[in-house]
Design a protein around this ligand. Structure first.
Ligand code: ZN
Length: 194
């Protein structure tokens, strides 16, 4: 059973997925966490299914009380795309406070939830100085609006104790409401854009 540092243990016995999940350890240690501390991440054991998915590359299922239940990764993903898809899904678990405190309707809920994994991957490559790979994240992202919005938040958000996307996430944790913090961002953005 692969063990993820500061992450739930994954009840996963499919070797190719297990190796990719182990690689996530490295990714997780390098990529900026944007204010998600180890104690924000859920404890426990989660199954990872490598399975047939009809209309998604991967998915992370949450229960009605907003706790992560399992991860499913499509069997149809080519080997070279597996790390990216797995990292995206594991980052949903890492950022599960966004789901816990989500009090906005669609489409904003989805755009904000998808922003974390995508913006984190973009910044992972930037941090390594690999700008071409960072650009590829934008090119290949199925959530371009989410990435665009996270980038705007990073540029414009002024929080209670800092600026940028990290301050945005930290304020959501403190205020236990995505809506309140996002509303503040919109007001700040409007006043600066005028
Ligand atoms: Zn996603």
């Amino acid at each position: 059973m692969p063990t993820i540092a500061r992450m739930p243990k994954f009840d996963c016995n499919v070797s190719e997925i297990a190796s990719v999940i182990n690689r996530y350890n490295y990714y997780d240690s390098v990529a900026p966490n944007f204010g998600i501390e180890p104690h924000d991440e859920p404890d426990g054991v989660l199954p990872v299914y490598h399975t047939k998915l009809n209309d998604a590359l991967g998915l992370t299922a949450f229960s009605e009380d907003r706790k992560p239940v399992y991860v499913a990764i499509s069997k149809d993903i080519p080997e070279d795309k597996l790390p990216r898809v797995c990292a995206h899904e594991l980052d949903h678990i890492k950022s599960s406070i966004l789901i816990k405190y989500m009090d906005l309707p669609e489409p904003w809920s989805e755009i904000l939830i998808e922003g974390y994994p995508e913006f984190r991957r973009y910044n992972y490559w930037k941090k390594l100085g690999e700008l071409e790979n960072a650009k590829n994240v934008i090119r290949e992202s199925p959530y371009k609006e989410a990435l665009f919005l996270a980038n705007l938040i990073d540029q414009y958000y002024v929080g209670k104790e800092g600026v940028g996307y990290r301050a945005f996430i930290k304020d959501i944790k403190r205020e236990k409401s995505v809506r309140k913090v996002f509303k503040r961002f919109i007001e700040q953005y409007k006043s600066k854009a005028n």
